[in-house]
Design a protein around this ligand. Structure first.
Ligand SMILES: Cc1ncc(COP(=O)(O)O)c(C=O)c1O
Length: 385
């Protein structure tokens, strides 16, 4: 076993291994798809946006799809449409935008714990925090479905709507059913690291005509066409260029997801026997997009902390991300009033996401796994600095 670069070994990736690379469709296909709109002078909110909405609705088996500028604005408009009558309960172990969308609507956030094995909203903990809550938001963390049927059941029990932050989830299925039609509304992201890319873009998916109508109005300032705005909306329209990229990306998404699942499988096999490294638990009836391949480091069993592992990987040229650390309830924008979430704090301090994208062949994945194993083998010396 080679010595970690942190201890003087030669780096596994002397030229560096980036964390992510967008799975962008070929430019020539994008330009030919865009040309008919572009040549007619239609640059935004035109036939390509409409086509994108139809393609996604068919694929996800959902009644309405509204394309928007990004997932954040989609979440803001979705919550505006639902008009919760009280605070919105959500996990703190999510991306900041989930909570930002709540606050931008003038609503209070109420944070709940995450499950340390799946990283999803802990429904048992959430059930204890529902008093007075106006809506539930849950994130399909890293692209694994977050038990959406159970989330729906919990919300139905207390008669509140559900929003799924599905930013990572395009192409995932729960018990054979694609994400997109769970809860009252789901919102997907198409920014560069996501399974489908538009450059920037979001998709609001719902079976509720009233929600779709409100989001459609809201993405256009709240203006139904007569310039008499019905409420304070946004400019959250999608351009034809972004829709062209998204449509070409969707053409390739199944192949893209297959590649991601193969790479994730290689990581799962390679890391299975490394003490102290736990991979995200996924329900066997579900499929994952592996938007991120994230492990949790148990410092006692592994021998060094997550932060030291990150340092060792960096010395070997391997770029990583610690999503979602700090968790939202610890961020300056959302840390008042303080809330005690010890499980979330522990999970956030232990997670690290590893590189995963098209160009990673089995040999590269094996080398990353080799570095992690080697850090464990030499844990005492690594920890001693
Ligand atoms: C869980 C989650 N929600 C929302 C967003 C925001 O998406 P967008 O950048 O499309 O606004 C992200 C972005 O990465 C995310 O990870």
């Amino acid at each position: 076993m080679t010595l970690p670069a942190l201890l003087g070994g030669s780096p596994a990736f002397a030229d560096g291994l980036p964390f992510a690379r967008p799975f962008a469709p070929p430019l020539a296909r994008v330009t030919s798809r865009l040309a008919p709109s572009y040549d007619r002078g239609i640059l935004t909110n035109g036939p390509l946006v409409r086509e994108l909405e139809e393609v996604v609705a068919t694929r996800m088996g959902v009644g309405h799809v509204v394309a928007v500028a990004n997932c954040t604005s989609g979440l803001m408009l979705a919550l505006h449409a639902l008009a919760p009558a009280g605070p919105v309960l959500l996990p703190s172990f999510t991306f900041s935008a989930s909570a930002h969308a709540i606050s931008w609507n003038g609503l209070a956030t109420r944070f709940a714990e995450c499950d340390p094995a799946t990283f999803h909203l802990d429904l048992e903990d959430a059930a204890t925090r529902l008093d007075g809550v106006g809506a539930l938001m849950a994130t399909h963390v890293f692209g694994a479905p977050c038990r959406p049927s159970d989330v729906e059941r919990l919300a139905t029990r207390v008669g509140i709507p559900v929003v799924f932050d599905a930013a990572h989830g395009f192409g995932a299925t729960h018990e054979g059913r694609p994400l997109g039609s769970f809860g009252d509304v789901e919102v997907f992201s198409m920014s560069p690291t996501k399974p489908v890319v538009a450059g920037e873009g979001g998709l609001v998916t719902t079976n509720r005509a009233d929600v779709a109508e409100s989001v459609r109005l809201g993405r256009d300032y709240g203006n139904p066409g007569d310039y008499d705005t019905r409420f304070v909306g946004l400019n959250a329209r999608m351009s034809e260029l972004h829709a062209a990229v998204a449509l070409c990306s969707i053409d390739e998404v199944d192949m893209h997801l297959e590649i991601r699942r193969t790479i994730a499988g290689r990581y799962l096999d390679g890391l299975a026997d490394v003490p102290g490294i736990a991979t995200q638990a996924v329900d066997r009836h579900d499929s994952h997009t592996w938007k991120d391949f994230t492990v949790a480091v148990d410092p006692d069993a592994f021998g060094v902390s997550r932060d030291l592992l990150v340092q060792a990987l960096r010395a070997d040229g391997i770029d990583t991300r610690c999503y979602f650390d700090p968790p939202v309830h610890r961020q300056q924008s959302h840390n008042q009033p303080p809330v005690d979430l010890p499980v979330t704090d522990r999970v956030a301090s232990r997670v690290v996401s590893l590189p995963l994208y098209r160009d990673l062949d089995a040999a590269v994945v094996d080398r990353v796994v080799g570095v992690i194993s080697s850090v464990h083998e030499h844990a005492e010396r690594v920890a001693a600095g």
